[in-house]
Design a protein around this ligand. Structure first.
Ligand code: ZN
Length: 246
């Protein structure tokens, strides 16, 4: 089955900063989308903050199996009604991949229920992302670790709920560590947070970073099933049938 992916990007840095535009002339979403297209049987569209309804209309979300989210400086400009709409889709089974500074997005915070705050330093030193869960499908083809020559540092404590699965832990030169690849489920939906991707570095051209995002998209695909069931007025079996006879 062909997976339908939407890559959402705030798309402000690239239009306001020459250096960043030099790295991502068509926007980070174009590069992230290209990486996902390389990864398998997918159709990928993009959406950005300044489109009507942030590009996330009911029609677009109805045709989205997995949504990828990059935001940073304009989290506050994302309308609450759209956040609610995305949250509802996740609870019904749409996958969500949250990248880098998306840790502070409204959608990630509402789905986590915590501050999602963290320690950070924009020094451009190297990052080593260790695979701590080699049997996990998101780590497929990654080897022992990913080295990124220049990145921003994120450090613990990262204020998220304990993840269902932790796939990657990052090490930084300042001695910090960070839970950089974390899996969650909410309702019928799967969520993966992946740390690297500061806008001033060409991180989304890195082949292993692209592989992780593609793996995560495949992992987060909705599980085929009927509409998730909710509370029923009556149990399916009368209670008296469930009485244990001694
Ligand atoms: Zn950053």
């Amino acid at each position: 089955m062909t997976l339908r992916v939407t890559v959402w990007n705030e798309y402000r840095h690239e239009r306001e900063n020459q250096q960043i535009a030099g790295i991502y002339p068509d926007g980070m979403h174009a590069v992230i989308a290209a990486g996902i297209r390389e990864g398998g049987d997918v159709t990928v569209r993009t959406a950005t903050l300044d489109e009507p309804e942030h590009g996330l209309t009911d029609a677009v979300l109805a045709e989205t199996d997995v949504l990828v989210w990059w935001g940073h400086k304009a989290h506050g400009d994302v309308e609450d009604a759209i956040v609610k709409r995305v949250q509802e889709r996740v609870l019904l089974g749409m996958g969500l991949i949250v990248l880098h500074s998306g840790h502070f997005s409204k959608i990630f915070k509402v789905l986590m229920g915590t501050s999602c705050d963290l320690r950070w330093r924009e020094d451009g030193a190297n990052e080593r992302i260790w695979v701590v869960n080699p049997s996990h499908p998101i780590a497929a083809g990654i080897g022992d670790y990913i080295d990124i020559e220049h990145e921003e540092m994120y450090g613990e404590h990262f204020d998220i709920p304990a993840p269902d699965d932790l796939v990657f832990v990052s090490w930084f030169k300042g001695g910090e560590v960070f839970r950089s690849g974390a899996c969650f489920s909410r309702g019928a939906g799967k969520i993966f947070y992946f740390r690297p991707g500061h806008e001033t570095f060409p991180t989304y051209f890195h082949p292993q970073v692209r592989r992780v995002i593609s793996n995560a998209v495949a992992w987060a695909a909705p599980v085929a099933r009927d509409h998730p069931t909710v509370a029923r007025r009556n149990p399916e079996r009368p209670l008296e049938d469930m009485t244990v006879t001694r």
